[in-house]
Design a protein around this ligand. Structure first.
Ligand code: 3PG
Length: 229
């Protein structure tokens, strides 16, 4: 995967993702459930996951996945405050993702020293993130914010910026996003639907992951993709 520059002192998220250009979301009600989801995704070929801070178990889930899935890159999503950023770092998160950007939130995320992809949905927010040295950004909510056409419009102006679009992306439109040169990874919840998680249907999550990985390999090939048991 191409290594892109972010803030000079920070590792770039793109440089940490060694497998397919996918960053599926994990939303779990317990640390054990988070590990089950992570293992099912890994079985399907996923190499990086984002545990969202939308349940009380999220921080424990990050720590548990770090311990039990050492080959998986584990980040935190839905980071909304300095406390969130610091708590995620302490829990073992290897990168941070936020749904939005404010100067204070970006500074708090930068201060952790972790790789990061802060959320933007407008040209002005891209410009603000750029002013802080950030060139890898989450584009959220992607579909409602103009989708692939908006990303194409931004590509000519912000040539040094690469995006992780999320929001409204699933198997049916994954290739449309992954085919764009200013998209370095695609995120979303479609690989672990709440109903499958509730049912404990880990095999179906593995199958959804494998289907997404096949698209990612076709659109953005990764030489060293390894399927792990
Ligand atoms: C996110 O946190 O990035 C979004 O919840 C993902 O949106 P999706 O559920 O439409 O994939």
């Amino acid at each position: 995967m191409t290594v892109l520059s972010t803030s000079p002192s920070l590792p770039s998220l793109s440089s940490l993702i060694s497998g397919p250009a996918l960053l599926p979301i994990i939303q779990a009600d317990s640390a054990a459930q988070a590990v089950q989801i992570a293992k099912a995704m890994q079985q399907g070929g996923i190499s990086a996951v984002e545990v969202v801070l939308r349940t009380a178990a999220a921080l424990d889930g990050i720590s548990a996945i770090r311990q039990q899935c050492p080959d998986l890159l584990v980040g935190a999503g839905t980071v909304l405050s300095k406390a969130d950023a610091d708590n995620c770092k302490n829990a073992g998160a290897q990168f941070l993702v936020s749904p939005a950007s404010t100067p204070a939130l970006l500074q708090a995320m930068i201060d952790t020293g972790l790789a990061m992809a802060p959320g933007v949905s407008t040209s002005s927010e891209v410009a603000m993130a750029l002013e802080m040295g950030l060139t890898e950004l989450k584009f959220f909510p992607a579909h409602l914010s103009g989708g692939t056409e908006m990303l194409k419009a931004l590509s000519g102006i912000y040539q040094q910026v690469r995006f992780c679009p999320t929001g409204g992306i699933a198997q049916h439109n994954l290739a449309d996003y992954l085919s764009l040169s200013n998209v370095f990874v695609v995120g979303g919840s479609w690989i672990s639907p709440a109903a499958l998680v509730k049912a404990g249907d880990w095999q179906q999550i593995t199958d959804l992951a494998a289907a997404a990985v096949a698209v990612a390999q076709r659109c953005k090939p990764v030489a060293a993709l390894q399927r792990r048991a």
